[in-house]
Structure formats: C-alpha cells, structure tokens
Design a protein. Structure first.
Length: 477
C-alpha cells in the first residue's frame, strides 16, 4: 500500500482515508480471490468477534460455511465451549443448519428466532420430521398458537439425491415457486436451503478442516489454567486459538503465549489486542502467528473515553501489519468496522482478515432472541466484553467485594440495541454486501488476490467533507 501524497502527519482511522482507482487488468469481480493467506484455511477475510452477543455456534457455523471464521468467546464453562466446537463441526457444509422447533412451540417463540423473511423458515420436528413453517407464515398468526396449526402440506421439501449442486437446488426452488425448503435424506432432515443460500454455494467456498468439517476458533484469556483449556479445545477440534485480553502488550500475555506455544498443538495462535510495532515484536517472539489489532475502535468499547488509550484504527493496522510481515506473522484488524469500505481499507492497510463484532450482533444467527420495539422494528441486545454486564458474568463466582472491585474497571457498554436490517437480516446478507464491496475494491486497485491488493492499494487522506460527499443521499437536498 502507498499513500498518494506525502503521507499522514497524524494517525488515521477508516473515515479519514479513501482508495484511489488505478489501471486494472482484472476483468471480473468474480475472478477475485479473497483468501486471507494467514495460515488458516479461510477463504474469506472475515472473522466474527469473540463477544457473547456476537459469536455463538450458529453464527460460527454460518460464517465458516461461507469461508470465514467465528471465534467462540472465552466467557463460557470449558465443557460448553468444547460442546460448541463439536456442534459447529457436526453442521452440514452444503446446506444451511436447520432452525428446529417442536410442533407444540408457539408462534411467539418462532418469532423470537426469525423475522418475516422469505429466505428463512422453521423446521418442525419431534421424534420425526413434521414439516416447515416459512417465516412469512408467522406474520398475522396468533402469538399463542402452536406451530402445528401452521403446518401445511403444500410446502416443498428437497431430497439430497435431487440436489447435485447449488445451481440445481436453486432451479428446484424456482420450479416449486418456493424460496426456502428443508433438505431430507431418506425422510431425515439434514439442513435447509434457500434460493440465496443455493446461489451463495456457487460463489463462496466453505472454510473446512482437514476432515472436511466446518472450521471454528475459540478464545482463552490470560489467567487461570490456560494450558488445560487450550488442550481441551484442541481435543474438541478447534482450528485456531485466540489468546485475548484488553492490553495485549503485557508480561502476562507474553507468558500465556509461551505456555500455549509450548504445548505444540499445531494450530495457529492469535494474540492481542495490540496497536504498536513493538507489541508485534514481543508477541511474535513469544510465539504468536497472528496479532489481533485494535484498542478502542469497537462499537461497545469505552476504553478511549475512560483511559485515552488506543490508536486510530487505520494507522494501527498499517503499522502492525508492516512489522508483522517483516516477522512472518499476520494481522487481524479488530473493531470499528461499520461498512464494507472499512473492510476494504483494513485489508489495504495490510490486514489478513477483518474482525467484526457489533455489526453481526444484529443478525438472525447471532446468539439471543429477536426483540421487537414499539414501532415493530426487530433488534437484538449487545454488550461489550469489558462492560459491567460481562464482568459480572465472568467473575460472578468471586465474592461480592472482589466482584465489585473488578466492575470498577469496566470499559464497555452493558446494554446496546442492534437493529436487524429488514432487507439483510442474516449474517450471510451482510457477507454478501461486504464481499461485493471488497471484490469491487480489489478490481479498482487492479488486484486479483489479497497479496496483490496489499501491494497495489493507493490511499489518500480526506477531509470530513470528502467523507460526507461519499455517502448516499436518502432524500433530495
Ligand atoms: N480491543 C479493545 O479495545 C478492548 C477489548 N476488550 C475485551 O474485553 C474482554 C475482557 O478483557 P480484559 O478486561 O482484558 O479481561 P481479562 O479477563 O482477560 O483479564 C485481564 C487481566 O489483565 C490485567 N490487566 C492489567 N492491565 C490491564 C488493563 N489495562 N486492562 C485490562 N486488564 C488489565 C487484569 O488485572 P486487573 O483486573 O487486576 O487489572 C487481568 O488480570 C476481552 O475480550 C478483550 O478483548 C476490553 C477492553 C479493550
Ligand atoms: N474496550 C472494549 N472493547 C471491546 C469490548 N467488547 C468488545 N470489544 C472489542 O471490540 C471488538 C469488536 O468491535 P466492533 O466495532 O465490531 O463491535 C471486539 O473484537 C473487541 O476487541 C468492551 O467491552 N470494551
Ligand atoms: K469506541
């Protein structure tokens, strides 16, 4: 990457910069390869943040099916963490994971799982498969009614033997005038498929392990029995381990990396969070393969306002990625991503992958129920991992005095409302938007791969008015 002018006099964040188009020999946005090449087998440079309100097993599986990686957060009992990893590994790679409820479940319960979208539906199952209730059929139904009342014979089901590939699944749905269908293997449900997911399976490549199962990462903190935890996660099949704390450039982190590295688990080690080249040197020397970069840019994060500590994220990524490259390591840009352009800029600055938290919290696949506000808009709750809410969850077993001491240092917000986009309610819809933007960015730079994008990206610095000019106008001026 290079700056078009003499370069910045001060640190920059994503809104401060723009990409300049240059001559391109890349003829199609579909011929761009987005693989991160950071030692993981990901095919998409998108990682979901290890936040309780963001990455549960369902979101991790969905993201891996499209080539990315979900990091299951550390704030769970070890057994639950290992179960979550095993659950992801058991999910289909070709079809979507079914959302399943009993016939006796109510319409109100189903509405907490799905907004009214033609691309989604509930599979009704007890000891056997009973049928489906498309999400749109929930509209207008009595909240207390059992889902069995909404089961209809006319909804189409596809059989595995009839689906050769994504194209044939898409065509079968069109022929049946359906947008969503269950997939059955000899009467047993193995997943679901929608027109969009069938299409996606022709564009994205799943991120899988050596045995062809969906990949998943998990986080550990820097205190306690880190070795025991790391070993148990590796036994459960985790593909990437993330050692995570607010201030990653501290002695306890360096020791934690050395301890996990000493186990020789044979899986990539991510460590953070850091924002300086010095920190990259120390953490890579301790054994980290990938650095998680970002202090303070997160949407749930109050660190900068509480402590003044942090660094504008574009410069943080640029400096750390440069040093990481010299040391044979890589960088994940973590936090502050709100638009596809931010992903493109993080990659231009040298990141191998981009970590997204809050943006993904407002999706069907994120943990937690869908809530509805007074105006009928759907949302999910989110909170920071250093918020009072998260600290109480993490340290609830401590005596009240110790817990009160810990909560004094909270650096995140405890309650935030993240609305589902009615036109993009699924994390996959957001991935479509992100990858469409980023594929296009690559071609504007004349890059067919991430390595070429790192090389060819040309970046300018803009005023606030320049940034404003780039925004679309919802109404006339
Ligand atoms: N990217 C970011 O900007 C930030 C991210 N977070 C996220 O919040 C989660 C919780 O992280 P964390 O608060 O580190 O909790 P952890 O449970 O990982 O514990 C952090 C440990 O580091 C010690 N420590 C020393 N200095 C600091 C410091 N300045 N901030 C925090 N701990 C410090 C703590 O001791 P003691 O408590 O005695 O001080 C404690 O032993 C993680 O997921 C983290 O990524 C949190 C803040 C910023
Ligand atoms: N300072 C804090 N940072 C936090 C907290 N919870 C999460 N985070 C960081 O934010 C990113 C995600 O950023 P987003 O803009 O996509 O939401 C996450 O990976 C953490 O590094 C917090 O409570 N305080
Ligand atoms: K912030």
């Amino acid at each position: 990457m290079e700056f078009i002018d003499e370069g910045p006099q001060h640190d920059l964040t994503y809104s401060d910069v723009f990409l300049v188009p240059r001559r391109s020999g890349v003829t199609s946005r579909l011929s761009v390869a987005l693989n991160p090449t950071d030692g993981t087998a990901a095919t998409l440079p998108v990682v979901s943040a290890n936040m309780n309100s963001v990455t549960g097993p369902r979101l991790a599986a969905t993201l891996a099916r499209r080539g990315g990686l979900g990091v299951i957060p550390q704030d769970m009992p070890l057994q639950e963490l290992a179960d979550a990893i095993r659950w992801v590994k058991a999910q289909p790679t070709r079809y979507d994971t079914a959302i399943t409820l009993l016939p006796t479940a109510s319409v109100a319960e189903a509405r907490e799982l799905l907004p009214p979208s033609v691309e989604h539906g509930i599979v009704i199952q007890d000891d056997e498969y009973r049928g489906i209730v498309p999400a749109e059929a929930l509209v207008g139904a009595q909240p207390g009614a059992p889902l069995s009342d909404l089961l209809r014979g006319q909804w189409v089901a596809l059989a595995t033997e009839d689906i050769r590939d994504g194209r044939s699944a898409f065509d079968a749905l069109v022929a049946a005038d359906a947008h969503f269908a269950p997939v059955l293997d000899h009467g047993r449900i193995v997943g679901t498929v929608s027109r969009k997911s069938a299409l996606r399976s022709t564009i994205y490549t799943p991120h899988v392990d050596a045995e062809g199962r969906l990949a998943v990462a998990a986080a550990v903190g820097i205190n306690g029995d880190i070795e025991g935890k790391a070993r148990a996660l590796a036994e459960a099949g985790v593909d990437v381990l993330v050692i995570d704390t607010a201030h990653g450039h501290q002695d306890a982190m360096i020791r934690a990396i050395e301890r996990v590295r000493g186990l020789d688990l044979g899986i990539p080690l991510v460590a953070g969070n850091v924002v300086t080249a010095d920190a990259v040197d120390d953490l890579v020397a301790a054994g980290a393969d990938i650095l998680k970069v970002g202090v303070g840019p997160g949407a749930m994060c109050t660190t900068r306002m509480m402590t003044a500590v942090g660094r504008p994220q574009f410069s943080a990524v640029l400096e750390t990625a440069d040093r990481a490259r010299q040391r044979g390591a890589h960088v994940w840009a973590d936090g502050g991503v709100r638009y596809p352009r931010d992903v493109a800029l993080a990659l231009a600055a040298g990141a191998a992958s981009v970590m997204i938290g809050s943006w993904f919290a407002g999706t069907i696949e994120a943990p937690g129920r869908i809530l509805t506000d007074d105006e009928g808009l759907h949302y999910k709750e989110s909170w920071g991992m250093a918020s009072t809410k998260a600290v109480e969850g993490r340290f609830g077993r401590l005596d009240p005095f110790e817990l009160a001491r810990k909560t004094l240092f909270a650096e995140g917000i405890s309650a935030s409302t993240i609305y589902l986009d009615p036109t993009r309610p699924s994390v996959e819809d957001l991935l479509d938007m992100i990858t469409a933007g980023v594929r296009s960015s690559f071609t504007y730079a004349g890059a067919a791969t991430l390595a070429e994008f790192h090389e060819r990206a040309r970046v300018g610095i803009q005023s606030a008015a320049g940034y404003e000019e780039g925004k679309p106008l919802p109404a006339s001026w």
